[in-house]
Design a protein around this ligand. Structure first.
Ligand SMILES: Nc1nc2c(ncn2[C@@H]2O[C@H](COP(=O)(O)OP(=O)(O)OP(=O)(O)O)[C@@H](O)[C@H]2O)c(=O)[nH]1
Ligand SMILES: [Zn+2]
Length: 210
């Protein structure tokens, strides 16, 4: 593992002023960011989101997925508790990269689901790895997580990497007319632990996208 800490700074956000910590992975050339709020090094479980980059959803307001909504709700929840961490991993498109995600979206426009599209391009459904979290969490003194996710593979991969997950906190938000099928595929093919009728509507999020 070749992840190096670079620097920390303040990051004022609409909900709280977080601290941003930058890390660089010499092996992949990717840089990752962790946002923390409050004292996360006191040994108590930390409310946390391990979020993989989604340029389209996180920054460009895409309604094809739930990523941007989850990002915002996770940050709001951490701000409400006054303590927590968000790991923003540069694993765009479940690890296939932005250009391949656009290729996958093109196939999805023609009727494929997210898994079929990845496979048609020669990729596995999910290429992400989570062991990269360990050096970042260690550096920040975080040992146990209350993890906001619906993804069982994420919980398992983090546990296998040696991270203690004291609780899984559901994060069901952002359902809209454009991503219903995408979310159904998560449940049906990727085993996500959620039911679409339990979702908070997208309009519950500040950045309303209906
Ligand atoms: N390849 C591919 N990647 C996608 C697609 N839609 C979103 N992504 C990427 O999927 C990642 C988010 O993964 P999700 O499975 O939505 O969510 P998760 O983080 O694994 O699970 P949760 O913690 O429950 O949200 C981001 O890297 C997105 O860029 C898609 O259609 N194809
Ligand atoms: Zn997304």
């Amino acid at each position: 593992m070749t992840i190096r800490f670079i620097a920390s700074s303040r990051l004022p956000m609409p909900w709280a002023t977080f601290t941003m910590h930058g890390f660089e992975d010499d092996e992949t050339g990717k840089d990752h960011v962790v946002l923390t709020l409050g004292d996360v090094a006191d040994g108590d479980p930390v409310l946390a989101r391990v979020h993989s980059e989604c340029l389209t959803g996180d920054a460009l307001f895409s309604m094809r997925c739930d990523c941007g909504y989850q990002l915002q709700v996770a940050l709001k929840r951490i701000a409400e508790e006054g303590r927590g961490a968000l790991l923003y991993l540069r694993q765009e498109g479940r690890g296939i990269g932005l250009m391949n995600k656009i290729r996958a979206y093109h196939l999805q426009d023609g009727g494929a689901d997210t898994v079929e599209a990845n496979e048609a391009l020669g990729f596995e459904a999910d290429m992400r790895r989570y062991d990269i979290c360990i050096p970042m969490l260690e550096k920040l003194g975080i040992s146990r997580l209350r993890l906001m996710t619906n993804n069982p593979r994420k919980v398992l991969s983090l546990q296998q990497a040696g991270i203690e997950i004291s609780e899984r906190v559901p994060l069901t938000t952002g359902l809209n007319a454009h991503n219903e099928q995408y979310l159904s595929t998560k449940v049906g093919k990727l085993g996500h632990m959620m039911a679409l009728d339990e979702f908070e509507a997208a309009s519950d999020v500040d950045r309303e996208r209906t």
